[in-house]
Design a protein around this ligand. Sequence first.
Ligand code: PLP
Ligand code: SF4
Length: 387
Amino acid sequence: MNENTAAADPLIAGARRDEICRIFGESYDPARWNDWRWQMRHRFIKPEQFEKLLRLTTSERRGLAMTHEKFAVAVTPHFAELIDPDDPDCPIRRQVVPREEELLVGPGDMTDPCGEDHDEVVPGLVHRYPDRVLLLALDTCAAYCRYCTRSRLVNQGELDPLPRRLDAVVAYLEAHTEVRDVLLSGGDPLLMSEDRLDEVLGRIRAIPHIEFVRLGSRVPSFLPQRITPELVAVLRKHRVWLSLHFCHAREITPDVARACDLLADGGIPLGSQTVLLKGVNDDVQTLKDLVHALLKVRVRPYYLYQCDPVVGTGHLRTSVAKGIELISGLRGHTTGYAVPTYVIDAPGGGGKVPIQAETIVSYENGQALLRNWAGRTYAYVDPAEHA
Ligand SMILES: *Cc1c(COP(=O)(O)O)cnc(C)c1O
Ligand code: SF4
């Protein structure tokens, strides 16, 4: 079956949705399906639910049986509909259905590859760069990405609810006037209620030197039903930006496009982060399809991340050489608006390091020899120095 057609054709989509609802003993009802709380209550979590959803491989069956105690498994009905039930290599499936390989530990694998714990200044607040902080909003997500860089935190029950930590966070931010930028991230802040989000954003916004507030969220991909006019109103009120998370063009369904429209029409600037994943998006055409699909829904590709060396993700990672090849296949071949910055979050806490193929062939005697996107070289001559 072709998922693209399935998602676009309401009749076929309705049939698959009905199959999905029947796994939970219900029949498809559009009003319920479009209710994000219904979606959250009907997530695929148990192995026996996945047995009914997909033709599982032995590796997936073992993965489902063994990994959930290490890192939670959950898939919303919305995202489950996009999975090809017969194709174990389906790029949607690889992102959220665990495999036995998750139990393997490769050389260099870490539980906290970005060294976030080291830069934690208050519980859930990471201050690494001089002018900006990362605030972990809560420890749950709508679904769980098998490559999550924060699997040590997400769904582990160690992070207190944000309201309980908020006084300490706000006190830190008030004392640190050099911080002008707050990134609220995952777990997923858009799973908070409107009231709670309003309170949290209000407290942060009230700090005079905080100029820029962003939320990182995969909710528009996993749970577009959550993007309601009420939620958009809260985001607009606090003038936030959103960093979304998409890995494959197939995620941009009609429901997701509607959610992005609601956000963009509501005046929320939208960016997207993508993790480079083996068998999901590691070829130029797939990446191109993704970035073009994002531009169509007014989402600007922001970062393409090299997959962090999180324990148990070896089967999903690509080489750096592959990443350079892919980003070279985008840069110059399409508009700069469509080209994300390819970065490696340097293991051990070095922060994001941008990566691209060498564009300066040589730079001597005031002359820079440049290599363009098509591989040709050109000289740029510096202005003459005047005494
Ligand atoms: C990614 C990140 C940020 C934000 O970096 P930008 O380049 O501004 O998107 C801030 N703090 C930490 C710890 C991060 O990992
Ligand atoms: S949405 Fe983000 S925080 Fe949540 S599981 Fe995926 S990568 Fe991890």
